[in-house]
Design a protein around this ligand. Structure first.
Ligand code: C2O
Ligand code: CU
Length: 615
C-alpha cells in the first residue's frame, strides 16, 4: 500500500482550504458545488495524505490510487487537471447517495476529513464524471459503521402502454413516487408518469400523437423528438422550430414506414429536444418509451407479454426531501460558456440510478426467458450492465432493430440514448435473487468509464410454462451498396474562443440558422464520425436507418452489425456509418447525446434536398 505526502498539521487543520466536502445526501453534481464543511479541529494529532490528479482528463488518475487514513485525518486532493474531478465512494447509504463525495474543481485543492461515522474498512472510490479513475481508501481504527446499502423495496412499475392510432399526451407537472419512502418527487411529465406512457405500435401503421403543453409557463415552449424514428422534418421535434407554446398543442405524425415498407421493429423513445434546455427538461422528466413491433419479430418466438419488460434507466440526484436538484446553468450562451460548469465540466451526473423512474426496484420473475429492453436515458452517465451471478445477456437487438444474429455478452456498455434488446435466461433458478448492476468498464483504458452500482433486483420465484426461445438468426440487414468515398466528416471536439468554451462539431457551435451538410433525397452516403476531444462522446444521427460500416478501420463488433442510431466514440476513435436518405426532405440533427454537450454546442444539422430541384 502506497503512502505519501503524510504531514502533521495538528491544530492548524482548520486553515486547510476546503473546496468542497460533503457526506450523505447533501451534495450533488455538478451544478451547485456541495456545501463546504470545515474540518473539525481534532485534539489528537491528525495526518494529511495527498492525492494528486495529473493533467490528462480521462487519461488522468489518482496518484497514489490507494491511501490509508484514520478518523480525523485529512485527505487532500490536488487537482492539476483542467477538468473537475470527484472522489466519490462506491458504497452508498440506504438512500443511494455515496458515503463520501468530494468535488475538486480544475486547478484546485479539496480536502476531506475522515469522519468518525465512517466505519473502519476499505472503500473503493472513483470520479463520478470520469468513472475510469478509481482508487481505494482504507480507514483504520475503531468505531463507526458502514450504513446498510439500499434494500430493493419497491415493486417495479411498468409504465402504461398506449396502443391506439391516435394518441393524446398532455405534458404536465406531477408528483412521482421515485423513492420508496418519504415525499414524492415533483416532475415535468408526459401524461403524469415518469417515464411517460409507453407507445407501442405495429410497424407500418401511421401513428399520430398530440402533445399538449400544460406545463407551468416558466417551462417555456416544448418540442418532442421520437428518437430512432423516421419522420418528416416538421414531425421530428426541431430544437427551435415548430415548438409547442404553453397552453397549445401539436400533433406529430409517425408513419412507421421507410421507403414504402414497414420500418423495422425496435425499441425507441421520445423525449424533449428544446434548444439549450434539453438536459434540464429531460432531467425534470420529459422522457417516455416507444416500441415498434412487427410480425416477423413475433414469428421468432422471443419472450412476449409479461415476459417482455422495458427498462428505462437514468440517474438523478435528489435533495433530502426527495426533490430533484437543479444542477443546470441557464440556457443562454452567457450562462454556460464560462465559469466552473463551462465545457468540459458540464457533466450532469445523478447519484441514484432509477429504473422506470424508481430507485432500487425489484421485479418478481419466473424461472423463464425474459426479454429486457434496456434504455440508458441518462443525461451523461454510461452504464456497463451485468447480472450478479454472471448470467449472460443475449443481445437480440440494438434498439433501432433486431440484430442479424443474437450475441451472448457478459456485460453491455450503454451510453446516453443507447439501447440493447436482450434476453435473459432465469431457468434453473429457484427462490434466488439476481441483481442487475453497472460495473466498471474494462474494455478500454482511454475512454470515460462507468460506475459500479446495483440497479435493480430480479426475484426468481415459482415455476414457468413457457415456449419462448432465442434463435441464432434473427433478421438479416438488407444489403447496401456503401460508397467508398466519405461524403461528410463530423469531428466532435472542444473549442475555445473569446467568449469561453463550447463543445463543437467541425470546430463550430450549433447554429440553427446554418446548414452544415446537404444531401440529395434518394442517395446513399458514407459519413465519418471522429472524436478529437479527450473524453468519450455518444453520437446520435437523426432520421435514417444507419448501419455501422467500420469502427477504427475494422469491421464493427457483432452487436454493431444491425441498424444503429447512437455510437460510442472514445477519444481518438473513428466510426464510419452509411444510410440511404429516403422519403423526407428537410432539416435533421446530428449531435452528442450527452445532453449537456448537446445543449452546449455539440449539435449540427443536415438538410435533405428534395429529389428534384436546386442543390
Ligand atoms: Cu434522442 Cu436528437 O435525440
Ligand atoms: Cu459528448
Amino acid at each position: 500500500m502506497a503512502l505519501t505526502g503524510v504531514g502533521r498539521l495538528g491544530r492548524r487543520l482548520a486553515l486547510v482550504l476546503v473546496v468542497a466536502v460533503a457526506f450523505g445526501g447533501a451534495a450533488h453534481l455538478p451544478g451547485v458545488l456541495p456545501r463546504a464543511q470545515l474540518p473539525r479541529a481534532s485534539a489528537a494529532e491528525a495526518a494529511t495524505t495527498t492525492i494528486v490528479i495529473q493533467l490528462g482528463g480521462v487519461a488522468s488518475g489518482f496518484s497514489p490510487s490507494s491511501v490509508t487514513l484514520a478518523h480525523g485525518d485529512v485527505l487532500r486532493v490536488v487537482n492539476k487537471d483542467t477538468m473537475v474531478h470527484t472522489v466519490t465512494s462506491v458504497a452508498v447509504d440506504a438512500a443511494g447517495d455515496p458515503l463520501f463525495d468530494l468535488v475538486v474543481a480544475a486547478h484546485a485543492t479539496g480536502t476531506l476529513v475522515i469522519p468518525e461515522t465512517l466505519g473502519a474498512g476499505k472503500y473503493s472510490f472513483y470520479c463520478m464524471i470520469h468513472p475510469n479513475m478509481q482508487g481505494t481508501l482504507v480507514v483504520t481504527g475503531e468505531g463507526g459503521g458502514v450504513p446498510e446499502p439500499p434494500a430493493f423495496e419497491q415493486a417495479l412499475r411498468i409504465p402504461e402502454v398506449l396502443t391506439a392510432r391516435n394518441l393524446t399526451i398532455p405534458l404536465r407537472r406531477s408528483d412521482v413516487r421515485v423513492m420508496p419512502t418519504g415525499p414524492k418527487t415533483r416532475m415535468w411529465t408526459y401524461g403524469g408518469s415518469f417515464p411517460g406512457p409507453t407507445i407501442k405500435r405495429p410497424a407500418g401503421s401511421v401513428t399520430r400523437v398530440t402533445f399538449i403543453n400544460n406545463l407551468p409557463k416558466r417551462a417555456g415552449a416544448m418540442t418532442v423528438h421520437q428518437h430512432g424514428g423516421h419522420q418528416s422534418s416538421a414531425d421530428d421535434g426541431q430544437p427551435t422550430r415548430q415548438l409547442i407554446a404553453t397552453g397549445s398543442r401539436r400533433t406529430y405524425t409517425y408513419p412507421l414506414t421507410d421507403a414504402g415498407k414497414p420500418a423495422p421493429a425496435g425499441f425507441r423513445f421520445y423525449h424533449d429536444h428544446r434548444m439549450g434546455r434539453t438536459a434540464a427538461n429531460n432531467w425534470r422528466g420529459l422522457q417516455g418509451m416507444f416500441l415498434v413491433t412487427d410480425k416477423r419479430e413475433r414469428r421468432l418466438g422471443l419472450p412476449h407479454g409479461a415476459y417482455d419488460v422495458p427498462l428505462h434507466l437514468t440517474d438523478r440526484s435528489l435533495t433530502p426531501d426527495n426533490q430533484l436538484t437543479d444542477p443546470f446553468p441557464g440556457p443562454h450562451m452567457r450562462d454556460w460558456m464560462t465559469g466552473p460548469l463551462a465545457p468540459p465540466n458540464d457533466a450532469t451526473v445523478g447519484k441514484r440510478i432509477l429504473v422506470n423512474g424508481q430507485f432500487a426496484p425489484y421485479l418478481r420473475v419466473e424461472p423463464a426467458l425474459y426479454r429486457l429492453r434496456l434504455l440508458n436515458a441518462s443525461t451523461f452517465s454510461a452504464y456497463d450492465l451485468a447480472l450478479s451471478d454472471g448470467r449472460p445477456l443475449v443481445q437480440v437487438g440494438t434498439g433501432s432493430a433486431l440484430l442479424p444474429r443474437s450475441v451472448e455478452r457478459p456485460d453491455i456498455l450503454l451510453g446516453p440514448a443507447q439501447r440493447a434488446d436482450v434476453v435473459v435466461d432465469f431457468r434453473g433458478l429457484g427462490d434466488e435473487d439476481v441483481i442487475l448492476s453497472t460495473i466498471p468498464r474494462t474494455d478500454t483504458t482511454h475512454g470515460t468509464g462507468s460506475r459500479a452500482a446495483a440497479i435493480m433486483q430480479f426475484r426468481v420465484r415459482g415455476t414457468a410454462h413457457q415456449s419462448a426461445r432465442v434463435p441464432d438468426h434473427l433478421r438479416p440487414v438488407p444489403a447496401l451498396d456503401v460508397p467508398e468515398e466519405v461524403a461528410q466528416v463530423w469531428t466532435f471536439g472542444l473549442t475555445k474562443d473569446g467568449h469561453g468554451s463550447f463543445w463543437s462539431i467541425n470546430g463550430k457551435m450549433f447554429d440553427p440558422g446554418r446548414v452544415d451538410h446537404r444531401v440529395r433525397q434518394g442517395t446513399t452516403e458514407r459519413w465519418r464520425l471522429r472524436n478529437s476531444s479527450d473524453v468519450t462522446h455518444y453520437v446520435h444521427l437523426h432520421e435514417e436507418q444507419w448501419r455501422t460500416v467500420s469502427r477504427n478501420g475494422k469491421a464493427p463488433p457483432p452487436w454493431e452489425r444491425g441498424f444503429e442510431d447512437t455510437w460510442r466514440l472514445d477519444p481518438g476513435e473513428t466510426v464510419d456509418v452509411a444510410a440511404t436518405f429516403t422519403d423526407f426532405p428537410g432539416f435533421f440533427m446530428v449531435h452528442c447525446h450527452m445532453l449537456d454537450h448537446e445543449d452546449h454546442g455539440m449539435m449540427a444539422q443536415f438538410e435533405v434536398l428534395p429529389t428534384k430541384g436546386p442543390r
